[in-house]
Ligand binder design. Structure first.
Ligand code: NAP
Length: 286
């Protein structure tokens, strides 16, 4: 790889116990000699991860807390100060995706929890660590956002809103910090991780999702390459690129096409979103 600025650095990764975060941590530890401070909720998952790392296991230091808890971030900062650890990069990767539902039927608590985990957690992490990051020659911040912020996907209001907020926050940060610091915005398309753990999928749904998604390892390679090249924005995955270009050129048609495909799929996971696919006016701007 051309750029090796992350080699032997201390990296904080939220959501390091599963999915993208775990694969990113594995590559950074095994291929780049990094020390990873991994944040997640599950001590069991971290124990299994450490075992999998074998002789590299001492390069992963797990910290279990809820990233949506601002006080927990302050306590984490105190631990770093006490132990004399200066992080070189913060990768905000923890995230949740609630089940598909019509926006008006989604409880406000679901919006609050999703905003807390997908948006405010990144702000809390940056708030708690910004002065420690400033002591590093890099002090980089990478926010793992989502292609959901690129287009309108009916049935995903809490997730899309949280990721849109993170997208625009990150872009403000990029322009405010200019060239002083690397701030990366990663907007992946769909990949079959455990992100849909709250959504009960049948066999057909699993098959369909796999067909239209990018395998986890391939996606993480693209994400890592973007970070190593300090790319400001990366949109990995064919579905993400379709959403980006489609929405920019034909916003209404793209939104309707996504809605049509989801609705016509007849899959049970979308049943709370659509009363009927026949109402041709649904979604039209008036
Ligand atoms: N997979 C996709 O298709 C996709 C597409 C675009 C963007 N993304 C984004 O990529 C990121 C990673 O997702 P993933 O696909 O890797 O999902 P995942 O396999 O479900 O991993 C999510 C990670 O976030 C952690 N987490 C969730 N809520 C937390 C909380 N309140 N406090 C601390 N940790 C918490 C989980 O910890 P525990 O294991 O301890 O629960 C887990 O390590 C998310 O931000 C997601 O929105 C994913």
């Amino acid at each position: 790889m051309a750029k090796r600025w992350l080699d032997n650095k201390t990296i904080i990764i939220t959501g390091a116990s599963s999915g993208f975060g775990r694969l990113l941590a594995t590559s950074l530890i095994q291929k780049h000699g990094c020390l990873v401070l991994g944040i997640g909720r599950s001590a069991e998952k971290f124990a299994a991860f450490k075992e999998e790392l074998g002789s590299f296991s001492d390069r992963l230091i797990p910290h279990c807390f809820d990233v949506g808890d601002r006080a927990a971030w302050a306590a984490f900062r105190e631990t770093l100060v006490r132990e004399g650890i200066t992080p070189d990069c913060l990768i905000n990767c923890a995230g949740i995706m609630p089940p598909f539902n019509a926006a008006l039927d989604t409880p406000i608590e679901t919006f609050e929890k999703t905003m807390q985990t997908n948006f405010y957690a990144a702000l809390y992490g940056i708030e708690a660590l910004k002065d420690l990051l400033a002591k590093s020659s890099e002090g980089a911040i990478v926010n793992i956002d989502s292609s959901a912020a690129l287009a309108t996907i009916v049935g995903t209001a809490p997730y899309t809103a949280s990721k849109a907020a993170l997208c625009h926050y990150t872009q403000c940060l990029q322009y405010e910090l200019g060239k002083k610091r690397y701030v990366g915005l990663i907007m992946p398309g769909f990949s079959p991780t455990a992100i849909m753990r709250d959504i009960k999928l049948n066999e057909k749904e699993e098959r369909m999702l796999r067909r239209f998604s990018t395998p986890e390892d391939k996606m993480v390679k693209k994400i890592l390459r973007a970070i190593l090249h300090k790319r400001k924005r990366c949109i990995p995955g064919a579905d993400a690129k379709f959403m980006y270009h489609g929405y920019r050129l034909f916003p209404r048609t793209t939104t309707k096409a996504i809605r049509y495909v989801l609705c016509k799929s007849g899959l049970p996971m979308f049943e709370n979103v659509f009363e009927s696919c026949d109402n041709k006016n649904q979604g039209d701007e008036r």
